[in-house]
Design a protein around this ligand. Sequence first.
Ligand code: DQA
Length: 149
Amino acid sequence: MTTILVLNGPNLNLLGQREPGQYGSRTLEDIVSDMREFAAACGLQLEHVQSNSEGALVDAVHEAGRQGVGYIILNPAGYTHTSIALRDALLAVEIPFIEVHLSAVSAREPFRQVSYFADIALGVISGFRGEGYLLALQAIINRIDPERE
Ligand code: DQA
């Protein structure tokens, strides 16, 4: 059974109350619960890690490598624009991943338009609020079983 790790960076634990105009009104628990339901219906195992700490995110990527995780759905949040360490961890484990952003980062401040992940991701989904995570999951399902596409 393929395992998918959903990895969320800093401040995403505050979804629902944090800048709802940018990030929507759904909580992280709401979003992950929808993903779990979708994954289970497709026979996939879903793990979720959220951390506000860069080192913990790097450790989660290393652990995913050890556990044989098939794909990662990653919202590095603020670390998108800064973290060479997290980028290097993803390159080290060679797990294919999709970068997700709730907000439309390309329509925001210039510093948000720089991503340390986009060029090594399978693809980037941005601007669809919580639905973006489900779109990423659908894209992975399509890759695992192209018959479904
Ligand atoms: C974000 C966009 C980042 O620029 C920001 O720092 C976040 C969330 C998003 O999902 O839109 O924390 O990754």
